[in-house]
Design a protein around this ligand. Structure first.
Ligand SMILES: [Zn+2]
Length: 336
């Protein structure tokens, strides 16, 4: 009895500890604790013992049974990742937060837009987020007190002439001041306006500005470059159209629309029934801007354009609310 008990005791403890599968564990449970298992067989053999030895062995065998039941239960929880109390939860797994949640579509679109222009020969230029009134407005032909300034609700920095740039256009001025023409670059970056947050307004957003200046650049070049961009950025057949518009720093100015990708021009709620959706603003650089930067407008011509990156991402992915981009919800980001 003694020998047999010790053997079962040592063997069962080791095997349960070392088992690596739930199925294997169940086999061990049957082997030791089953109705015809080793411990029940041992209990039956007690009949052959002296009457005063029976309760001693009975206690020992039942204690080992309870011990094995406990260790098998906790081992099963370890192996299957399940506990009786919390259902499908395994506290030994690393937190889900460490899983890669996908890229923010604003960043992906910013890079995609940049890549398309770089492949067409554009360089990339950067400027500061905190600008002076001169670079953000005056040099871009927004004279003091001009009503066009009211179109930009500006964050001013108290006690200085500085402000948070309302567009990436000041980068044009900074580049043109520093080096002589020709120019062909884009300026991606953050912009700021005092807007109340809602589905289509945020106080901070991204723009890509572009400038191409050389001898004999015409509106046809503008159309060619931007048509090519739209064709590459939007999937499928992209139809564009240009409408006259107004910006202080370009003359003539235009807005470019693409045919609504949802209704193919028939009119739907996404395009407010118009069949077309505005994607960017553009125009020929106003001679006044050239003069501010020391570039001779009689020798050099060019065009500028600017687009909102969040808007491009909304159109590309069918996102209806700008706020999704900045809430960083995993369920949103995981789709990109
Ligand atoms: Zn539509």
């Amino acid at each position: 009895m003694e020998q047999e008990f010790r053997k079962i005791e040592t063997e069962s403890r080791t095997l349960v500890r070392e088992t690596s599968g739930v199925k294997e564990l169940e086999e061990l449970r049957v082997k030791y604790l089953g109705r015809k298992g080793a411990l029940n067989l041992l209990l039956k053999k007690m009949g052959a013992l002296d009457p005063d030895e029976r309760p001693v062995w009975g206690k020992k065998i039942n204690a080992l049974k309870r011990e094995l039941e406990d260790t098998i239960r906790s081992r099963r929880e370890e192996l299957s990742g399940q506990t009786e109390d919390t259902g499908n939860f395994d506290p030994t797994l690393p937190p889900e937060l460490f899983r890669h949640p996908g890229r923010n579509p604003v960043i992906s679109v910013l890079e995609e837009v940049s890549d398309i222009f770089v492949s067409m020969g554009f360089g990339i230029a950067y400027g500061p987020d905190i600008e002076t009134d001169y670079y953000n407005f005056t040099a871009l032909n927004f004279p003091e007190g001009h009503p066009a300034r009211d179109m930009h609700d500006t964050f001013y920095i108290k006690g200085s002439d500085r402000l948070l740039r309302t567009h990436t256009s000041p980068v044009q001025v900074r580049v043109m001041e520093k080096q002589p023409p020709p120019y062909q670059f884009i300026a991606p970056g953050k912009c700021y306006r005092r807007d109340t947050i809602d589905a289509s307004h945020l106080p901070s957003f991204h723009q890509v500005e572009g400038l191409m200046v050389d001898k004999d650049i015409s509106f046809a070049h503008l159309k060619g470059v931007l048509d090519e961009f739209a064709r590459r950025f939007f999937p499928g057949e992209t139809v564009t159209r240009f409408r006259p518009s107004f910006f202080p720093f370009t003359e003539p100015s235009a807005e470019m629309d693409i045919r609504c990708t949802i209704c193919s021009g028939g009119g739907c709620s996404s395009c407010s029934g118009k069949g077309f959706i505005e994607i960017l603003g553009a125009g020929m650089v106003d001679p006044e801007v050239f003069r501010h930067c020391g570039v001779d407008p009689d020798k050099w011509q060019g065009f500028a354009f600017g687009m909102g990156i969040e808007r491009m991402a909304m159109l590309k992915y069918g996102i209806s609310d700008l706020r999704y981009f900045f809430q960083n919800h995993r369920s949103f980001l995981e789709q990109f």
